[in-house]
Design a binder for this molecule. Structure first.
Ligand code: HEM
Length: 457
């Protein structure tokens, strides 16, 4: 049922967070642990001001399952992707499925969805398994590797072979870093209390333009290859060639396709890479868990893993779920309150930038036993029954959930099982420091020693 502004007036306005201004600004920059700090100081729904409301954005931080449901779950227009990060995204990198507001988003999502159903993504399984097998063989030659760099190469290669039709891993350094810089520029701008005008030349802007040009060149080449028939496996690009732009009613222009592809290129590799790197890092310090994954993968045999093998890899699936809980690549979800709206018993005023703290939900001690312990058995059969489905949101919730969730899970599960079946992994660091330039990523190299696995009994 649609919520109205009038109903919201029955509820008390969400309380202001009682924190010093400097601490508020600092916490806003940490998309992982920041919302936890706001929750501890101000409760599950709390308002954060960083200056006079007339000049600076007001934020609402939401960290309860009910609150997450109220913000993300509806499709009544109370919350939309009109937050600064979405508006800035549209200005600097163009419209795409991730940043479009609801009305323009609906037909886009409907058109793209068939490419990402569980049934359809199964066709990518052989490419995922092949890439993971080849890369595991390459890694075993080196002795020690950086899990962060290598899993990014892996996910770029998979994305290239399945959706973009070009081997992006060859360009992982050339394109991965600039792509991160482009997204980081938008993310940083969105968090600035006062933004400089878009025309003002600054060094950050110059760097942004240089990085964007590199990414654009890669995408143009991929489009050219797909058009000439040279780009095998360019399913996503080819689908865009066939689609009608719901806004203009005509075919998508190359520029529009490029804008859309940029979001898929970023969202499709960065997040899954972090999940794989984190899972491998955890297995590299938990020998028993690693042996268990290796055993269930080895029991399938030597052949390439397939989508239908997932049913025989239950423990690997648990590892991936627990990694996504502890280290959710999308640490927050952001929306704009389009009208006064009730969230978990409080009123959030229209025009408030609303942040759901996914990381905070995943680490909340009132929702999880020993939340800082890596315990894949939380996701063993039957263990999730008592849980609210709104306390575990690695792929978001409601209509704007991740379109690539099945693709990502297939890649993470088959990738992890393929690698661990071949290799023994030993993590060389005891911690996995993270940062949140936009998504949650490793803050530096994640070194691991790797060697060929002796045949698993
Ligand atoms: C472990 C891997 C991944 C995680 C944790 C993840 C997480 C998320 C989350 C939480 C959202 C919703 C954001 C919001 O509510 O504002 C999202 C949206 C999105 N993701 Fe993913 N994602 C992953 C992999 C992928 C992959 C592999 C692709 C594409 C191949 C992809 C493409 C997208 C796109 C295009 C959106 C916007 C969807 C829309 O608004 O309709 N993601 N992702």
């Amino acid at each position: 049922m649609a919520r109205t502004s009038a109903q919201a007036q029955d509820f008390p306005i969400a309380p202001d967070v009682p924190m010093h201004l400097i601490d508020r600004i600092r916490a806003l920059r940490h998309l992982d642990t920041g919302p936890e700090k706001f929750r501890d100081a101000g409760g599950p729904v709390t308002l954060v001001h960083i200056g006079p409301a007339r000049w600076t954005p007001t934020f609402a931080i939401v960290t309860s399952p009910q609150g997450a449901h109220d913000v993300l779950g509806g499709s009544d227009g109370s919350f939309d992707k009109e937050m600064t990060v979405h508006v800035e995204g549209r200005v600097w990198v163009g419209d795409n499925l991730f940043n479009l507001p609801h009305d323009s988003w609906v037909p886009h999502r409907r058109a793209l969805q068939p490419l990402f159903t569980k049934k359809h993504v199964a066709v990518y399984a052989d490419r995922i398994a092949e890439v993971a097998d080849t890369m595991a063989a390459e890694w075993s030659q080196g002795g020690s590797i950086d899990l962060d760099t290598e899993t990014r190469r892996l996910t770029l290669r998979v994305l290239g072979r399945s959706l973009f039709g070009t081997d992006l891993s060859e360009r992982s350094e050339a394109v991965g870093v600039p792509l991160g810089q482009v997204v980081q520029f938008v993310g940083r701008r969105a968090l600035q209390p006062i933004r400089t005008p878009t025309w003002l030349p600054t060094r950050a802007r110059h760097r942004f333009r240089v990085s964007l040009a590199v990414v654009t060149e890669t995408l143009d080449e991929a489009m050219d290859a797909a058009r000439s028939g040279a780009g095998n496996g360019a399913e996503l690009i080819k689908l865009f060639f066939e689609l009608t732009d719901p806004v203009t009613g005509r075919a998508f222009s190359d520029e529009k396709i490029r804008d859309e592809l940029l979001a898929f290129l970023f969202a499709g590799h960065d997040t899954t890479a972090t999940t794989l790197a984190y899972s491998l890092w955890q297995l590299g310090r938990n020998r028993e868990m690693q042996e268990r994954v290796a055993r269930e993968a080895a029991a399938i045999g030597d052949r390439l893993l397939r989508a239908s093998d997932i049913g025989d890899l239950p423990y690997t699936v648990q590892i991936v779920h627990e990694s996504l809980r502890m280290c959710p690549p999308a640490a927050t979800a952001a929306r704009m309150a389009m009208r006064d709206v009730e969230v978990d018993g409080y009123r959030i005023p229209a025009g408030t930038n609303t942040i759901v703290g996914t990381y905070a939900l995943h680490h909340d001690p009132s929702l999880w036993d020993e939340p800082e312990k890596f315990d894949p058995d939380r996701f063993a059969p039957g263990q999730s029954v008592e849980r609210s489905r709104w306390q575990y949101l690695p792929f978001g919730g409601g209509p704007r959930t991740c379109i690539g969730d099945h693709f990502a899970m297939l890649e993470a599960i088959l990738g992890l099982a393929s690698v661990v079946r071949k290799l023994e992994v030993e993590s060389l660091h005891d911690d996995f420091p993270v940062k949140t330039p936009f998504t949650l990523v490793a803050a530096g190299p994640v070194p691991a020693r790797v060697g060929t696995r002796a045949v698993t009994a």
